[in-house]
Design a protein around this ligand. Structure first.
Ligand SMILES: [Fe+2]
Length: 262
């Protein structure tokens, strides 16, 4: 069976390309379950209720978040009503929302999805992701466990993946918006990629407008990031294939550039 994991969806351009590609990939790969990182789905930062509903209607089964989980305060009004919208598990326990959940596919497979946040170069007070994952897997009864590790540093991502190799189905990196070419099955069977990449404006800088990013990076001047106005949209994802024993047998990256209406 195949699971599709879609990289960080950025703004309208990302949502448009995701809707198109889900239809195409479902026909080609018979996908049974879809996970997407949606922390930038609403104008590049956070996720609104309307955009959450839109992505679920596209066929996404579970949406994960990251360091921008709370960028739009309205999320705190609806995240507790959604069992398929995850904020990072290793945040303070009092923060609304789930960090891990088990959802069932149409064939009855139980898929656990966990969202974790890295600590290297991420300015949020997250708890130790190793201890968090150890705690989650202790009583896990799910058939397959997919972890979205939303983190900046490739070393931190690979360390967490090797530490839990064979104990989870896949550890997939998100957050950097650049798809890496290091996808592989680790020795004990866990699928891994340092970063799945992003879906959204292809000609921006990680989805944001070039001018503001260049100015901020060049001069140090504080700028407000906008979304690049672009009729080319990037679609980055991976397809994970599992055998009848729920072991991952392949991880295939998808990297496509599509023309969209802006
Ligand atoms: Fe992020």
């Amino acid at each position: 069976m195949n699971i599709l994991f879609i990289g960080d969806i950025v703004a309208k351009s990302g949502r448009q390309v995701v809707a198109r590609m889900i239809q195409e990939l479902q026909e080609e790969y018979e996908i049974e379950f879809i996970i997407a990182n949606g922390e930038n789905a609403t104008h590049g930062k956070g996720i609104s209720r309307a955009n959450y509903d839109e992505l679920i209607e596209c066929g996404i089964d579970c949406i994960t978040l990251g360091n921008h989980y709370g960028a739009r305060k309205e999320i705190f009004n609806f995240i507790d009503d959604c069992d398929n919208l995850l904020r990072p598990y290793n945040l303070h326990y009092s923060i609304p929302g789930l960090g891990t959940t088990v959802l069932e596919t149409f064939s009855g497979k139980k898929i656990r999805v966990t969202n974790l946040l890295g600590r290297a170069f991420i300015n949020l007070n997250a708890n130790n992701p190793f201890e968090a994952l150890k705690e989650i897997i202790q009583e896990d009864q799910a058939d397959i466990h997919i972890v979205d590790f939303h983190a900046e540093a490739t070393g931190e991502k690979l360390a967490l993946a090797y530490a839990f190799d064979g104990k989870i189905g896949a550890l997939l990196g998100t957050h950097t918006h650049v798809q890496t070419r290091d996808h592989r099955l680790l020795p004990n069977g866990t699928a891994y990629i340092s970063d799945v990449g992003m879906c959204g404006p292809y000609n921006g800088i990680l989805g944001a407008g070039k001018e503001e990013v260049i100015t901020r990076t060049w001069t140090g001047l504080s700028t407000t990031f906008t979304i690049e106005d672009d009729d080319q949209s990037l679609f980055n994802a991976v397809i994970l294939s599992f055998d009848n024993n729920n072991r991952c047998i392949a991880i295939k990256p998808i990297y496509k550039i599509l023309t969209i209406e802006v």
